[in-house]
Structures are given as structure tokens and as C-alpha cells.
Design a protein. Structure first.
Length: 386
């Protein structure tokens, strides 16, 4: 793909981001999370939520205390709807698209009670408590789940099927998934996530619960709302390369990026920041760097790139939405998240990594937020200031 302006394939309506709500290892609200991201201050520390004495790694990015997923989802959905200025009547006709790993109570429920803990029932409960009665979708498709939910919501809004959708996602680090990643050798042995860095050794899990309102620009304008961002484009593509290893040339992710740019009518030269998937894995990071060069051409060598996972960790199904919140907040603040944990350059990852929290200077036109998942799933979301 060359750095020329592409012809847009737009739906009938422009799509915007209304309100946002979030919980992370740094507390509740967007401010603490953005502050840590632009300072490159990681939230990783010893795990005290469950027993890790027999594990090879004992670190994660955890919210203080004992958060409960249902309660935190209720809170962030309310925060997003409130900051978007949605009345109870507007919420009542609004669907919920929810990305979660599952109901935390399912695994330990007696068989007779398990149907009540299915992911659909869990999502319906969140919608009911939030006063959202426009229908429910549940997404459990790994680390692209919440990006898929955002893309589906944006498509529905753009095509006029709904005025707005609340997209939410949540994952709180728990013993079962921690054990799986530790046993697979995927967790960073030195207790830090170092995306695209020499000497990186893997990912670390982190708490993430987030929600945002995806709305038509016309609907927002009609009720006098000020959108936080324009959701200009979205793209998804599959690799079908390996059950867990990424395709080395990044072809699938490159196609997803290209689709997002095409849908937004945005050429690579107008991309001013990339919040990369950047999990800190030995194989995944070079594949993502290859995808950026494949999709953006010469622009890939100079566009600022970082992975906010380097401070808040990998939130599985909630990760993409957490990172989209960071990306939108960074655009609005004019400060770019730092690629924390960098030890030195890796020649297999030739990118312009953000190393300091200095103001970004020239306004960033558009930003990409990228996600990949086991099984070859890839997603790209393109946002800009309204």
C-alpha cells in the first residue's frame, strides 16, 4: 500500500465516540490511566489476589483491593452513558455489545446452575442493570473480542440500523488464566512488558474494565452532545497460519489496517500515532512491525508507535477496548503513550518508538489501535479528533 489518499467506502452516517468509562491497575477513570501511559509508569507488581507460590512468574497489573467484575462493568457502563449525556429514555433503546472471558462464577457453579452463568445471561444482566434494552451481544473471541464489538457497533450505526450502541468489556486477572499463561511460558520472566525491545520475554496480564458509547454523528449533534472522537474506520482479517503463532510477514494485520484506512478514506501519511498490540512476545512483535511496514509503506519508519500494554498489561477480551480508551484520551490530550520497558533496539522491529512523554507537537490527525489474537485474528480501529 502506498501513502496516497484512498477512496472512502463510507456508510450513510459518520460514527463518533460519545462517553467513556474505565477501570485499570491505576484506579477508576480515564485520568489515572492516561497519566500512567504518557509517563511510561508501569502498574506491574506482586500478585496478592490469589496464590502464585508455585508459578514461575508472580507479577501482574492489578487494581487495588478486590474488584468484582459485575460491579465494575455496571460502573463503567454508567460512567460512559453519563459522560455521553444519555438520558434514561435514550439508554432504554440502546443495545449492549459486551466482550468478556465469561462469567467468573461459571467454573465453580453446580451443573444445575450453569445455564444461568452462560456468557449470554451474564451480558443480559449487565444490560438490564444499566437500563439498556435494545438487545445484547456477547463476544468471547480472545484478544480481538472488544475490537470486534466496536467494529460491529460502528457498522450498525453507520448503516442506520441503530442510533447508538454501548460497547463494554471486562477482565480481572484470576488464578485460572494466570496459570494457563504461566504454564505456557508466555509471561515475562523479568516482571516487565517490553514491546518491540531487545531482551523482551513475554506478556503480563492486567485488569481492564471499559465502556464507551458508539453513536451516529447526526444523533450526537441533534441532542447537543460533544463527541470525544470520530471512529473513522475499522478493519478485520484472518491469517489462518497457526493456532497461536503469528504469521511472520504480518499479512493479516496489514489487511485489517488497510481496510480501516480505506473505510475512513485516510492515507497512511495522515496517521500520526499507532497504539500497537505489542504484547512483548518474541514472535508477535516482529510480525506486527512487518505488518505496519506492509500496510503503511515508508510512513511506518517515522510514525510514532507504542504499546500501552507496557504499562497496563494484557487484559485479554477487554484489552482492545482498554487500549482504544487510551488512544482516544491521548489524542485529546496531545500526549502520546510511552513505549515503556525498552532495553534497546531490536533490528527485527524497525519502528519509531515513543520514548518520552513530551507533548506530541503537531496535532495527530488519526491514530490506529491494533489488536491480534490466537488463531490468526487481527483487528484495526482508526480514530481521529472530531
Amino acid at each position: 500500500m502506498t501513502d496516497t489518499v484512498l477512496t472512502a467506502r463510507r456508510g450513510p452516517r459518520s460514527v463518533v465516540v460519545g462517553g467513556m468509562g474505565v477501570l485499570s491497575a491505576f484506579g477508576r477513570g480515564v485520568g489515572p490511566l492516561l497519566g500512567a501511559a504518557v509517563a511510561g509508569r508501569s502498574g506491574f507488581g506482586p500478585v496478592g489476589r490469589f496464590e502464585v507460590a508455585g508459578r514461575r512468574v508472580d507479577r501482574a497489573a492489578l487494581h487495588p483491593g478486590e474488584p468484582v467484575l459485575e460491579r465494575e462493568l455496571d460502573r463503567v457502563v454508567g460512567e460512559a452513558c453519563g459522560s455521553a449525556g444519555l438520558s434514561a429514555a435514550r439508554r432504554a433503546g440502546c443495545p449492549l455489545y459486551l466482550a468478556v472471558h465469561g462469567d467468573p462464577a461459571l467454573a465453580r457453579a453446580a451443573p444445575v446452575w450453569r445455564p444461568g452463568h452462560a456468557v449470554g445471561a451474564f451480558a443480559a444482566g449487565v444490560a438490564r442493570r444499566a437500563g439498556l434494552a435494545g438487545g445484547v451481544r456477547a463476544y468471547t473471541s480472545g484478544c480481538t473480542a472488544s475490537a470486534d464489538a466496536v467494529a460491529d457497533a460502528a457498522s450498525a450505526v453507520a448503516r442506520g440500523r441503530v442510533e447508538r450502541v454501548v460497547v463494554a468489556a471486562g477482565y480481572l486477572v484470576e488464578a485460572d488464566q494466570f496459570a494457563v499463561f504461566d504454564a505456557g511460558g508466555a509471561l515475562a520472566r523479568d516482571g516487565r512488558v517490553r514491546p518491540f525491545s531487545a531482551g523482551r520475554s513475554g506478556l503480563l496480564l492486567g485488569d481492564g474494565v471499559a465502556a464507551l458509547v458508539v453513536e451516529s454523528a447526526d444523533a450526537a449533534r441533534a441532542r447537543g452532545a460533544d463527541p470525544l472522537a470520530v471512529l473513522a474506520g475499522w478493519g478485520r482479517a484472518g491469517d489462518a497460519h497457526h493456532v497461536c503463532r503469528p504469521r511472520p510477514d504480518g499479512a493479516g494485520l496489514a489487511r485489517a489496517i488497510g481496510a480501516a484506512l480505506l473505510r475512513g478514506g485516510v492515507g497512511p501519511e495522515r496517521v500520526g500515532y499507532v497504539n500497537a498490540h505489542g504484547a512483548g512476545s518474541v514472535l508477535g512483535d516482529p510480525a506486527e512491525a512487518a505488518a505496519l511496514h506492509r500496510a503503511l509503506g515508508p510512513v511506518a519508519a517515522r510514525v510514532p508507535v507504542s504499546s500501552s500494554k507496557s504499562v497496563h498489561g494484557q487484559a485479554l477480551e477487554a484489552g482492545a477496548l482498554l487500549e482504544l480508551v487510551v488512544t482516544v484520551a491521548a489524542l485529546r490530550a496531545g500526549r502520546l503513550p510511552v513505549n515503556a520497558g525498552l532495553l534497546g533496539p531490536d533490528p527485527d522491529c524497525p519502528l519509531n518508538l515513543v520514548r518520552t512523554s513530551e507533548p506530541s507537537g503537531a496535532p495527530v490527525g488519526f491514530a490506529l489501535s491494533l489488536s491480534t489474537a490466537f488463531g490468526g485474528a487481527n483487528a484495526a480501529l482508526l480514530v481521529g479528533l472530531p
